[in-house]
Design a protein around this ligand. Structure first.
Ligand code: SAM
Length: 246
């Protein structure tokens, strides 16, 4: 077996990206070189005898196990973006800013035959994202470092999707109109209502059509002996505004 793998016990997950040294867990120490002789579906024991399951690192782990810099977008919101834009697996996508790279990774993963160009202004964040992309085995992501508004000047009308999760989203909307193919989508993710409204109005002003603004709320269910109840650890994440170039 080769890294990366995930060790799991109950609610605890550990991402292992090399098989050297020791892993200190809440249930004792695991010698990582022992993983070389193991297979998925087997377990590995800590020095205290507690077992951890060994499972492959998969796309479902991007949000949970990627190293984090800026706050990433949650899977519930990324899922909505993919469905609402009908993402085709041979798309050219512009993603700004990269942050931890969670959005870029999902867009690349579901866009097997296409490419994602992701732009981040902070070098140190881009470096963390680069490691995440490498670990995920994603080779169809191209990272650029700089101000996305300026970087966009260097592109022509060629993108199928523009995804914005950065400060200057309103300023970027006219540029999105320029670099999108006909029938392409622009999607903006912003945690603040005033910004989401300003984005919506700007999209209308520059001629985007079928504009929609919404928020996805995920409510978990807790099944206990005494009964079932809904709960949520994070209620509000961000507003999504989508427009189409028609
Ligand atoms: C909330 S994070 C993005 C998280 C990312 N979507 C993810 O899922 O991991 C916002 C990022 O945009 C970057 N940023 C802000 N303004 C920018 C700009 N004008 N050009 C490029 N990056 C920018 C910030 O440095 C930050 O890393």
């Amino acid at each position: 077996m080769k890294p990366p793998v995930v060790l799991v016990r109950g609610k605890n997950f550990y991402l292992i990206d090399n098989f050297e040294g020791e892993l200190h867990t809440h249930k004792g120490i695991i010698r990582l070189d022992e993983l070389k002789e193991k297979n998925f579906g087997e377990t590995i024991k800590t020095h205290l005898g507690y077992e951890f399951n060994i499972i492959p690192f998969s796309a479902s782990d991007f949000f949970k196990l990627f190293k984090k810099s800026a706050t990433p977008v949650m899977p519930k919101d990324i899922g909505a973006v993919i469905a609402h834009t009908g993402l085709s697996p041979d798309s050219l996508i512009f993603d700004a800013g990269t942050g931890s790279g969670v959005v870029a990774a999902y867009l690349a993963y579901f866009n097997k035959y296409g490419e994602v160009i992701t732009v981040e202004k902070r070098k140190e964040f881009a470096k963390i994202a680069r490691k995440n992309f490498k670990m995920a085995g994603l080779s169809n992501i191209h990272q650029l470092i700089g101000d996305a508004v300026e970087v966009a000047e260097g592109f022509k009308k060629e993108f199928d999707l523009v995804f914005l999760d950065m400060k200057d989203d309103v300023t970027f909307i006219p540029k999105a109109m320029k670099i999108l193919e006909n029938s392409g989508y622009v999607v903006v993710y912003n945690p603040y209502l005033e910004k989401a409204k300003a984005v919506y109005e700007k999209m209308r002003e520059v001629g985007f059509k079928n504009i929609e603004a919404f928020e996805i709320i995920k409510i978990n269910l807790e099944f206990r002996k005494v009964g079932t109840r809904p709960f949520t650890d994070v209620f509000h994440t961000g507003f999504i505004v989508i427009g189409r170039k028609i």
